[in-house]
Design a protein around this ligand. Structure first.
Ligand SMILES: [Zn+2]
Length: 283
């Protein structure tokens, strides 16, 4: 089973996770920029983080045979902090980088006017750069949040096929599907969406335009949830081709719209990243 995790935060995961993901079939992933838990106090702290998603983390992933790409944005939560919003002015030069396959995560957290401004500005940037957008739907007030998101998307003029609406569930599936956007589902260990609920959604909706991710970060999460969904699909009677569509071809098609996906994940031999090699312990 070949797996592309379209949304996972490897910054907060260990090398053991990379090794386990490779053993489970993960050969490619996309790491969206997000809130790091500790509030940032200046735009410079974003730039170091973006550089790490563009350089260090792909290097680390390649050592485990996994192709790493990223999405960059000012996240919804920090869009409310005036110390962080100048990042919006620097984003255009970051969006030119080869490894950036979408603008994201953008969207709503608490649905404030500042979040409105950041979302609209970043959807505009996606349009100008010909990039897809990864849009996070809020965990609270889900359906209201989705409707407001869809209104802003329509105003942006970004084509729905360039947008994935993420963290969907049974309550938001219908409206999200009608919008023509791609449909992202984050599968968690014991909250929100789990593999069995995902199977029921796939039975109703089918496999078209569906992306399944682990959204693993520092919270209680599991970077092997993509594999668990693949196994659950096979056990439920889906064919191998349908599993391959959901876990590989759909994310390749979505992020491939950037024209920047490189899925060769050959490990770097004898290389270091800015003088730092993490090959040790007889790997
Ligand atoms: Zn995320």
């Amino acid at each position: 089973m070949r797996i592309f995790d379209p949304h996972i935060h490897m910054t907060s995961r260990t090398t053991d996770d990379y090794a386990a993901m490779h053993a489970a079939g993960v050969r490619a992933l996309v790491e969206p920029s997000f809130w790091l838990g500790q509030p940032r106090t200046s735009p410079a702290s974003f730039y170091d983080y973006f550089d790490s998603l563009l350089g260090w983390e792909p290097f680390r992933a390649a050592q485990h045979g996994i192709a790493h790409h990223c999405t960059l944005a000012l996240n919804p939560k920090e869009a409310n902090d005036p110390r962080c919003t100048p990042v919006l002015d620097a984003l255009p030069r970051y969006l030119l980088k080869d490894n950036v396959v979408a603008v994201g995560e953008v969207g709503y957290d608490a649905m404030t006017p500042a979040e409105d401004t950041a979302l609209a500005a970043q959807l505009q940037l996606a349009r100008e750069h010909g990039l897809p957008a990864l849009v996070h739907t809020p965990h609270r007030d889900k359906l209201a949040g989705l409707h407001r998101t869809l209104d802003v998307l329509r105003e942006s003029g970004l084509p729905p096929e360039h947008v994935v609406l993420d963290h969907l569930n049974e309550t938001t599936l219908g409206a999200a599907s009608d919008s023509g956007c791609w449909l992202g589902f984050s599968v968690y260990p014991d909250t929100k969406m789990d593999p069995e609920r995902m199977i029921r959604i796939l039975r109703v909706h089918g496999t078209d335009r569906v992306l399944v991710n682990s959204a693993a970060d520092w919270g209680h999460s599991d970077p092997l949830k993509t594999r668990h969904v693949g196994d659950a699909m096979l056990a439920a009677g889906f064919g191998e081709d349908e599993v391959d569509q959901v876990l590989w071809r759909n994310p390749v098609a979505f992020y491939g719209q950037s024209g920047r996906l490189v899925l060769d994940s050959a490990p770097p031999e004898g290389q270091s990243y800015e003088g730092n090699s993490i090959l040790r312990g007889g790997e």
